[in-house]
Design a protein around this ligand. Structure first.
Ligand code: GLA
Length: 382
C-alpha cells in the first residue's frame, strides 16, 4: 500500500483526515543478545516498516484497526488493558506507557499497516511500537525526546508483549539513518553512525519462515542466565553491573565452577561484545572479509554456546560456508527462527537464492524467502 492508499483507507473507516507516521524494521549486522548485557550492537534501519495513520478523538476512546489482520480493537485511555489481540497489545502498551509517565493523551483512531515480514526477526513489533509512540507524541503535542520514545516503546514490549527485550530494536527504529549502521553502546547509550560501504556486496536476508514457540520464553531465560552470571561475579567484583563489565578470567573463576551452562551463555556474550568492536573497525577499513568472518563466528557462538539457533538457521548458514562469494552469514535477532543475514556478492545473489531455495525445500518442505536489504531512515511523520 502507498501512503495515499493508507490515508484513503483510514478516511473510509474513521471519516476524518489522519496524520501519517512511518517507522522502520531493522537488521542487525553483529552484536546479538548483547544489548541487555550493557554491550555493543550494530543494527541498521531498513526501508520496510510500519505505517500508522492516526487522528485525535473528542472522547477518551481508542479505536484501532489493523489492515493485515482486518481486525478491530476498542479501548479507552482511562482504562488501558492487555487484550487477546497480540497486534493491538503493542499499540495499547505504548499508549499505556505515556499514561504511566504522566502524559495527557486524548482518545484516538489508529490504523496500522506494515510491510515488514512478521516473525522474521526484523523487529516488526518495535516498528509498531515506535510508530505508535511518535504518532501519539505528535498529535498530543508532547515534549518527549527521541531516546525517551525508544525507552517507552521498549517498556511496552516488556509489559504488554511479555518479552524482556533490550533497547536495540526500538533504538534502531527511532535513530536509523540511510546507508549507515549504528554502533550503539547499550551501557552509556552513546552511538556512532558507520557508513555502509559494501562495494559490490549486499546484505541478503534468508527467511526460514519458521518461528519456534520457544522463542519468547527462551529469550527471557537467557536474560536471567546472564544476570545470574553477573550476580556471581559481582560478589567478588562490585564494579561489575553487566556482562559488559566482565572479562573471560572473571567468568572462569566465578561462573564456571558454579554452572557450566550459565558459563557458556556468559562467555558467548563477552566474546560477542569484542567481535562488535572488531567488526566496526573492519567496516571502517572496508574489510568485508573480516566482517564476514566475525559474523560466522557469531553464528557458531549463538548456535553452540548461547543455544538460540535452530536446525533451519544452522542449515542455511552451513550451506553458504566456504562459498567464495558469501563473505559471512549468521542467524539474526532473538533466534529460534526468522532470518539469516548474509554478505553476498551482488552478481551471485540470484543464483544463490535459487540454489538454496530448492535445497531448503528438499530438507524441510518449507519455502525460503529472500530479501536484499535496502537501508532506510528512522521513524518520521510523513
Ligand atoms: C530481540 C530483542 C533485542 C535483542 C535481540 C537479540 O530482537 O528485541 O533487544 O536482544 O533480540 O540481539
Amino acid at each position: 500500500m502507498t501512503a495515499e492508499s493508507i490515508k484513503k483507507s483510514f478516511i473510509d473507516i474513521f471519516q476524518t483526515e489522519p496524520v501519517l507516521v512511518k517507522s522502520p524494521g531493522r537488521i542487525n549486522i553483529i552484536g546479538e543478545h548483547t544489548d541487555y548485557n550493557g554491550g555493543l550492537v550494530m543494527p541498521a534501519a531498513i526501508d520496510k516498516g510500519v505505517y500508522v495513520a492516526i487522528s485525535k478523538r473528542n472522547d477518551q476512546e481508542i479505536h484501532l484497526y489493523a489492515e493485515s489482520f482486518q481486525s478491530t480493537c476498542i479501548s479507552s485511555v482511562a482504562a488501558i488493558k492487555k487484550t487477546e489481540l497480540s497486534w493491538a497489545n503493542y499499540i495499547l502498551g505504548v499508549a499505556n506507557e505515556f499514561v504511566q509517565r504522566g502524559h495527557q493523551l486524548s482518545g484516538f483512531n489508529l490504523y496500522i499497516y506494515g510491510n515488514v515480514p512478521l516473525g522474521a526477526g526484523l523487529s516488526s513489533s518495535a516498528a509498531v511500537e515506535c510508530a505508535t509512540a511518535l504518532a501519539l507524541q505528535y498529535i498530543n503535542g508532547l515534549s518527549v525526546s527521541k531516546m525517551e520514545l525508544a525507552w517507552l516503546s521498549q517498556k511496552a514490549e516488556h509489559t504488554f508483549a511479555g518479552v524482556n527485550c533490550g533497547i536495540m530494536d526500538q533504538f534502531a527504529a527511532v535513530f536509523g539513518k540511510k546507508d549507515h549502521a549504528m554502533m550503539l553502546d547499550c551501557r552509556s547509550m552513546e552511538y556512532e553512525y558507520i557508513p555502509l560501504k559494501l562495494e559490490g556486496y549486499k546484505f541478503v536476508l534468508l527467511n526460514t519462515n519458521v518461528k519456534h514457540s520457544l522463542s519468547d520464553s527462551a529469550y527471557n531465560e537467557r536474560r536471567e542466565q546472564c544476570n545470574k552470571g553477573v550476580s556471581w561475579i559481582k560478589s567478588h567484583h562490585p564494579e561489575v553491573h553487566y556482562l559488559r563489565d566482565a572479562d573471560l578470567a572473571m567468568l572462569e573463576e566465578h561462573v564456571k565452577p558454579k554452572d557450566e551452562n550459565v558459563y557458556l551463555k556468559c562467555k558467548y556474550v563477552v566474546n560477542e561484545i569484542e567481535r562488535v568492536k572488531k567488526a566496526a573497525q573492519a567496516l571502517k577499513n572496508g574489510d568485508l572479509k573480516e566482517l564476514g568472518a566475525l559474523m560466522f563466528q557469531t553464528h557458531e557462538g549463538l548456535s553452540k554456546d548461547y543455544e538460540v539457533s535452530c536446525k533451519e538457521l544452522d542449515f542455511l548458514v552451513n550451506q553458504v560456508k566456504g562459498l567464495a562469494y558469501v563473505l559471512g552469514a549468521r542467524m539474526m535477532g532473538g533466534g529460534f527462527g526468522g532470518c539469516t543475514i548474509n554478505v553476498v556478492k551482488e552478481q551471485e545473489i540470484d543464483a544463490l537464492v535459487d540454489k538454496l531455495s530448492s535445497l531448503y525445500l528438499n530438507e524441510f518442505g518449507l519455502k525460503l524467502d529472500a530479501y536484499i536489504v535496502e537501508t532506510g531512515i528512522g521513524a518520521e511523520v510523513i
